[in-house]
Write a protein that binds this ligand. Structure first.
Ligand code: CTP
Ligand code: CA
Length: 225
């Protein structure tokens, strides 16, 4: 009932959201990834859809079902995500990058399963492209770009560096060590950071946090702050 009664205040807006982890293959059996569940990004996609937005969800592999009435683009690696996002980024009014993208991938993917030996082994890693940084550098006029920032220390300071370096309009920051925040649970504790302000949200469900993020973005778009 509440869902049907949602105000359609995002009608006519195109929103791209990324969610979930990326997986970077080591060999045909193994990969490097992180603990992202995708829940935060999926909640944003759902709440924006309910508010009437035209939503594209670029998602790494997750165990959860995507919301209905959302265009889902499944991806696996950081490279896949880069290609899927940059293919449609120009036409978006709002982009929210909730995905936990691997910063490194194995420099060489072994064609065969790597067999264990008696001595140590190491894997050479290379950097992936920073998708959000690319989006900040190629942001069309009027587009609102929101990143996420996952930290374990100096959350505000480190997140502010990301805001500036990646040319973002807002960063939704969370401290993964805080109770009720982070990757796997159904709740989050976010601070919404813009150039001039920091809005600290209390512990709430990821759907409520998603609504607060969208409220803040709509407010900032209208006031031009
Ligand atoms: N991000 C991205 N592409 C990458 C790495 C990160 O688009 N290759 C995006 C994430 O989706 C997120 C934001 O950048 O919206 C911040 O990610 P985070 O991992 O917190 O920060 P990094 O800039 O990668 O720096 P670090 O991991 O060193 O804290
Ligand atoms: Ca990172």
């Amino acid at each position: 009932m509440r869902e049907c009664a949602c105000e359609k205040d995002m009608k006519g807006l195109k929103l791209l959201v990324t969610a979930g982890p990326t997986q970077e293959a080591i060999d045909p059996v193994r990969y490097i990834t992180n603990h992202s569940s995708g829940k935060m990004g999926y909640a944003i996609a759902k709440m924006a859809m309910l508010r009437g937005a035209d939503v594209t969800l670029v998602s790494g592999r997750t165990a959860i079902a995507p919301p209905p009435f959302v265009k889902v683009v499944p991806v696996v690696t950081a490279k896949d995500m880069y290609e899927a996002v940059t293919a449609v980024s120009k036409e978006q009014d709002i982009i929210i990058k909730a995905a936990a993208v691997a910063d490194y991938r194995p420099a060489k993917v072994s064609d065969e399963k790597i067999k264990k030996k008696d001595d140590d082994m190491s894997i050479t890693l290379e950097r992936t492209d920073d998708i959000l940084k690319y989006l900040g550098e190629h942001k069309p006029d009027g587009q609102f770009l929101c990143g996420f920032s996952m930290e374990t220390q100096n959350m505000i300071g480190n997140s502010r560096v990301k805001l500036t370096k990646k040319n973002l309009d807002m960063v939704a920051a969370n401290n993964v060590k805080m109770a009720g925040a982070g990757f796997q649970g159904d709740t989050n504790v976010l601070t919404l950071i813009t150039q001039d302000e920091e809005v600290s949200l209390p512990l709430m469900s990821k759907e409520d946090a998603a609504s607060k993020i969208l409220d803040r973005i709509l407010f900032l778009r209208v006031t031009g702050k």
